[in-house]
Design a protein around this ligand. Structure first.
Ligand code: ME8
Length: 654
């Protein structure tokens, strides 16, 4: 229920991302859209709240960390820091960033799990299926491709059987179908609802395995230490943690249910079947909407680091600015559908819409006001039909934007604004102010300049959720200070007598062929650099080399080949062998701490490298007359050095 004295709230989420190095523009899609939506809702007067975060548990991450010799959290911390930096550089205006490893969140997951268990919504059973480590998903035999390959990523799966807790998802089929019927705007675009119904709900649902016992990087089931909560309950409930579930009841009640979960199309199923069923079981209200957006492809292929066909946001921002990236992502693709990135269409769109249309309108409007009226917006004379037409379009464009944004149609919203940009440019051509300026009477010229300035002012307000930096630049050039106010886009006549300050070109025009080359080169260089960095970081972190020495240091060492004759346990030291070593001219007793790696019988007859002139040292009562050389790697494996071929005992080493 709306309380008139209270500000209406609007809660938006992006997916809770898997920590991943070097996010590409596809990854930024949900976040850029959520940011624009938040700005738009805020401008409309809502108290908007935006949650994003990282989904940090699971076997895949545990394995990746292991591969580089780090603890999972050390490995993830670094990636999360980079992700936050990227969002910062994109000026993403989120309110909470939930890390699923945050102890507060882990506690919530345990509480929610316990609640579901106590309500009988979760029970213990056994799971058998073909497991894909990469996708962290079990598949049935009929779902596999070419024998035993994962239908999602094509990698090999393994048949696994394990004890698991199950969520009674099968019981929710009818309630979900009914819910979709009663809430026709719950899933958008509508085609995704049909997909859910036809592919998943029509033939009934299976209960869902919600724990794993084959790895331990996850939130422990509160009453069964052998199990960790499987990643989906853990990840989805970040949406609750982000608005204070378990810590700030008032905030939680204020913002829940979410107004919209923005998600990529491949995870719509989790958000429209599993998530609502869990919320029903918890007796929590359901989100108002789940919007499944399409994928950004690269030349019609899925972007992937392994294919090397990724486009990174950094070169785009560096070469063309943040707003150019945001504009392109939101305008070029229809939000529900897949779209393909192509360097040429990207540059062409920047040229057409930002440089030729908007940039030109800003530049010519301000130049003319400066040139013909000393930089002051003139008082208009009587309006003609043409002026009225522009005024009407300008004052009503916000309605078109609202209509589009009600269905998260960013591209249509921008098209509506660009219709006004286009109409304003045409108005310049129709009125030819440079001709009017030559006449005696300035009344008509004043009316035209005034209309252009007003139209530009309204445009600057309307574009502000999508191109926030550009909006402020135009606003300032129009001499306006302070915040941009949405209601100002609904009224005409705020600029009479306003002093303007033209300030540079907001979007320069580019040579398409040349620019495509520059962009591709820069993106390719970054791909190459990141590949190298990855290879480098995959190398083991060995101790640094010691300081340089001269040859005489080596000359001082007397190294010789010895042959082990006898190996016995040291009577007073657990880790030491007492070795009798044939040095050619004599036998020596040498103590060596290699018991952890070698059995005594493996050593007898083995040739070794002995430092013969090391000062003899007594260890636990026995004198050692030398030292054996051995190599050890980072995993703690050890190997005694021996000559590659058998030599006479006493052979010298230099
Ligand atoms: O799925 N174009 O995380 P994620 C558009 N942790 N969107 C793309 C894209 C592309 N080329 N590539 C990726 C997960 N995405 C889970 C979410 S939510 C409770 C848990 C989108 O890091 C993808 O569609 O694999 C998804 O919405 C988002 O990036 C995060 O994907």
């Amino acid at each position: 229920m709306d309380h008139p004295e209270e500000k209406k709230t609007y809660y938006i989420t992006t997916p809770i991302y898997y920590p991943s190095d070097n996010l590409h523009i596809g990854h930024t899609y949900s976040t850029v859209a959520a940011d624009a939506l938040k700005r738009y809702k805020t401008l409309q007067g809502y108290e908007a709240y935006f949650v994003t975060g990282t989904d940090e548990h699971g076997q895949k991450l545990q394995q990746k960390a292991q591969e580089v010799g780090l603890e999972p959290i050390e490995y993830i911390d670094r990636i999360v820091a980079d992700t936050k930096k990227l969002w910062e550089s994109l000026h993403i205006n989120y309110d909470a960033f939930v890390r699923s490893t945050d102890p507060r969140h882990e506690k919530n997951v345990q509480e929610l799990f316990q609640k579901l268990y106590d309500k009988g919504a979760i029970y213990k059973g056994e799971y058998e299926g073909y497991y894909c480590t990469q996708c962290e998903a079990f598949w049935s035999e009929s779902q596999l491709l070419d024998g035993n390959r994962c239908p999602d990523c094509g990698r090999e799966t393994q048949l696994q059987k394990e004890e698991s807790y199950f969520f009674r998802l099968s019981e929710y089929r009818d309630r979900l179908l009914q819910y979709y019927k009663d809430h026709p705007e719950f899933i958008e675009p509508k085609s995704r609802e049909a997909e859910m119904v036809n592919s998943f709900l029509k033939d009934g649902l299976d209960d869902l395995s919600v724990t794993r016992s084959s790895f331990d990087w996850g939130v422990k089931v509160p009453f069964d230490e052998n199990h960790v909560v499987y990643v989906w309950i853990d990840a989805l409930s970040c949406y609750l943690t982000g608005i204070g579930y378990g810590t700030d009841e008032e905030k939680f009640n204020k913002f829940w249910p979410a107004d919209v979960h923005l998600v990529g199309k491949e995870i719509v199923r989790f958000h429209t079947i599993i998530w609502p069923a869990i919320l029903m079981a918890l007796e929590l209200p359901l989100p108002e909407k789940v919007f499944g957006h399409g994928w950004i492809l690269f030349d019609n292929d899925k972007m992937s680091k392994s294919k090397g066909n990724v486009v990174y946001p950094e070169p785009i921002i560096e070469l063309y600015g943040l707003d150019a990236l945001k504009y392109f992502l939101l305008r070029e693709f229809s939000f529900g559908n897949d779209g393909s990135f192509n360097a040429e269409s990207f540059i062409k769109r920047l040229n057409a819409d930002l440089a030729n249309d908007l940039g030109n309108l800003v530049s010519r409007t301000l130049s003319m006001i400066e040139k013909y009226n000393d930089g002051v917006v003139p008082t208009p004379g009587p309006s003609t039909e043409l002026d009225g037409e522009l005024e009407e379009l300008a004052k009503s464009t916000w309605q078109e934007v609202d209509r589009a944004m009600d269905h998260l149609q960013f591209s249509s919203a921008l098209q509506a604004i660009w219709k006004l940009v286009g109409r304003s440019n045409k108005y310049v051509d129709e009125n030819e102010p440079w001709v009017l300026a030559k006449g005696e009477d300035a009344t008509r010229l004043n009316t035209v300049l005034y209309h252009l300035a007003e139209s530009l002012r309204i445009i600057s307000v309307l574009i502000s959720p999508f191109l926030p930096d550009t909006a402020v630049k135009i606003h300032r050039q129009l001499g306006l200070e302070g915040e941009l106010v949405y209601d100002d886009a609904k009224v005409w006549g705020l600029l009479d007598g306003q002093r303007v300050h033209k300030d540079g070109i907001i979007f320069p025009r580019m040579d398409v062929a040349k620019e495509v080359e520059i962009f591709q080169e820069k993106n390719a260089a970054l791909i190459e650099q990141r590949k190298k960095e990855k290879e480098q970081s995959a190398r083991p972190q060995l101790p640094p080399y010691k300081d340089e020495v001269t040859i005489d240091v080596l000359d001082q060492l007397d190294l010789r080949v010895g042959t082990v004759l006898k190996a016995e346990d040291h009577p007073n030291a657990d880790k030491l062998y007492v070795l009798t070593v044939d040095m050619g001219s004599e036998e020596r007793t040498i103590l060596s701490g290699i018991k952890e790696w070698y059995e005594a019988e493996e050593l007898v007859g083995r040739q070794v490298v002995v430092v013969t002139n090391l000062k003899p040292r007594k260890m636990r009562g026995i004198l050692s007359e030398g030292m054996l050389l051995a190599a050890e790697d980072l995993n703690g494996a050890l190997s005694l050095l021996s000559p590659g071929e058998r030599l006479d005992s006493g052979a010298t080493i230099s």
